[in-house]
Design a binder for this molecule. Structure first.
Ligand code: PLP
Length: 382
C-alpha cells in the first residue's frame, strides 16, 4: 500500500467484534485472563493496550519501520531512548537541537554521567569527526532544524556514524514521514513529538520512536513498560485519527508556507526569509533530494530587532502568538524568548539564532488571510 492509504488503514482493520471502522478506545487498565498467564496478548495497560498498538503499528508503517513505540510526549520518548546509554557514554547532537532536548542532555543526562557536544552538521557532516570520542554511542539530529531550518545530509551522516560504531537518531518532527523517511537514508532511529504535525490539531501531547533495529527495539519496549511514560488510550486514538489526514494536511501546509514566503520576500522591511524551498537556502539542493517538499515551517527576521518582532507578534490576528507547531491553526513565536529561552544566550547566538528571529508554523487557513494578517502587522509596526 502507498503512503496515503497506509495513513488511513495501517494496523487498523475493522474491529473484529463489531465491524467498527474506527479503532475502539480501550480504557481498561487490566485484562481478564483465562487462567494465570493465559491471556490474549494484554495483561496490564502500561505494558500494552489495543488502541496504543494500533497507533504504534500505523506510525511504524508510515516510517517504513518494523517497530513503533509510543510515549506520553516527545520528551518522554527522548528520555526513554537516552536511558539505553550508560554513565561514561557520549552523544553528539546538532547545534540548534530542540530546546527541550538540549535541556534533557544538559540537566538530566549530564548529572547521570552521559556527556554531549553540539556541532553544526549542516555545512559539513564531516564536522562530526572532530566531535567523536571513543565513547560516542549516538549522533542525534533534527533536519530541518529548529528554528533555522538547516538541512543535514542523513545518508552521509549515517555512513560516518556507523563507521564510528554509533547509532544515528533523527528527530523527524518537523518533516514528518509524509515528507522525509530517515530510515530509508540509513538512520537507525526516528523520533517524533506526535504533539506536532502527526496529531496535527493541537490537542494532544505525545511522542514516538520508530526503528528497524530489533535488539534496540526490544530494549525500548522493556523501558517503555519499566519507565512507564506511556500515552493514554484516548490520546492514542486522537493521534491515530490525526494521522489519517497527515498526507493531505502536509500538502496544504506546504502550499500555505509557499504563499507566505512569497509575500515576505516582497517586503523591504523583512531582512531575511528562511525556508528550504527557496533556492538561496544553503540546504535547498539537499532538501530537494532528501525531502519530497520543503515543509510548513518558515523563519524570518524583520528590520527593527526584538522590539519590532515582539510588537508584530502582538498585532497578529489570524496567527496566534504561541509555542508549538504543526496544528491546523497558524502560530507565530519568538524563539529567543519562547521555545529556545532555556538555551543559554551565548550558545543560542553561537548557533545563529538571533534574538529577533520569528518562527511561523503555517496552518491550514486560507493563505490569503495569512498574508493579509502579516501585511497588517508589518504595516502597523513600521
Ligand atoms: C516539541 C518537540 C519535541 C518535544 O516534544 P514534546 O511532545 O513537547 O515533549 C522534540 N523535538 C522537536 C523537534 C519538537 O518540536
Amino acid at each position: 500500500m502507498r503512503f496515503d492509504t497506509l495513513a488511513i488503514h495501517a494496523a487498523q482493520p475493522p474491529d473484529p467484534q463489531s465491524g467498527a471502522v474506527m479503532t475502539p478506545i480501550v480504557l481498561a487498565s487490566t485484562f481478564a485472563q483465562d487462567g494465570p498467564g493465559k491471556h490474549k496478548g494484554y495483561e496490564y495497560a502500561r505494558t500494552g493496550n489495543p488502541t496504543r498498538n494500533a497507533l504504534e503499528g500505523c506510525l511504524a508503517a508510515l516510517e517504513g519501520a518494523r517497530h513503533g513505540i509510543a510515549f506520553a510526549s516527545g520528551c518522554a520518548a527522548t528520555t526513554t531512548l537516552l536511558l539505553t546509554l550508560r554513565p561514561g557514554d557520549h552523544v553528539v547532537c546538532c547545534d540548534d537541537v530542540y530546546g527541550g532536548t538540549f535541556r534533557i542532555f544538559d540537566k538530566v543526562l549530564r548529572p547521570l554521567g552521559v556527556e554531549s557536544d553540539r556541532v553544526d552538521l549542516s555545512r559539513d557532516v564531516g564536522a562530526l569527526r572532530g566531535a567523536l570520542r571513543p565513547t560516542t554511542r549516538m549522533v542525534w539530529i533534527e533536519t530541518p532544524t529548529n528554528p533555522l531550518l538547516k538541512i543535514i545530509d542523513i545518508a552521509e551522516l549515517a555512513t560516518l556514524t556507523h563507521a564510528a560504531s554509533a547509532k544515528l537518531v533523527v528527530d523527524n518532527t518537523f518533516a514528518t514521514p509524509a515528507l522525509q523517511r530517515p530510515l530509508a537514508f540509513g538512520a537507525d532511529v526516528v523520533l517524533h513529538s506526535t504533539t506536532k504535525y502527526l496529531n496535527g490539531h493541537s490537542d494532544v501531547v505525545g511522542g514516538a520512536i520508530c526503528l528497524n533495529d530489533d535488539p534496540l527495539a526490544e530494549r525500548l519496549r522493556f523501558l517503555q513498560n519499566a519507565v512507564g511514560a506511556v500515552p493514554s488510550p484516548f490520546d492514542c486514538y486522537l493521534v491515530l485519527r490525526g494521522l489519517k489526514t497527515l498526507p493531505v494536511r502536509m500538502r496544504a501546509h506546504v502550499a500555505g508556507a509557499r504563499a507566505v514566503v512569497e509575500f515576505l520576500r516582497t517586503r523591504g522591511d523583512v531582512k531575511k526569509v528562511v525556508w528550504p524551498g527557496l533556492d538561496d537556502h544553503p540546504g535547498h539542493a539537499l532538501a530537494s533530494r532528501q525531502m519530497s517538499a520543503p515543509g510548513g515551517m518558515v523563519t524570518f527576521e524583520v528590520e527593527g530587532g526584538v522590539p519590532r518582532a515582539s510588537a508584530l507578534l502582538a498585532k497578529l490576528r489570524v496567527f496566534h502568538c504561541a509555542e508549538s507547531l504543526g496544528g491546523v491553526e497558524s502560530l507565530a513565536e519568538l524563539p529567543s524568548v519562547m521555545t529556545h529561552g532555556s538555551i543559554p544566550p551565548e550558545l543560542r547566538r553561537a548557533a545563529g539564532i538571533d534574538d529577533g528571529l520569528i518562527r511561523l508554523s503555517v496552518g491550514l487557513e486560507d493563505p490569503l488571510d495569512l498574508v493579509d494578517d502579516l501585511r497588517s502587522a508589518l504595516d502597523a509596526t513600521r
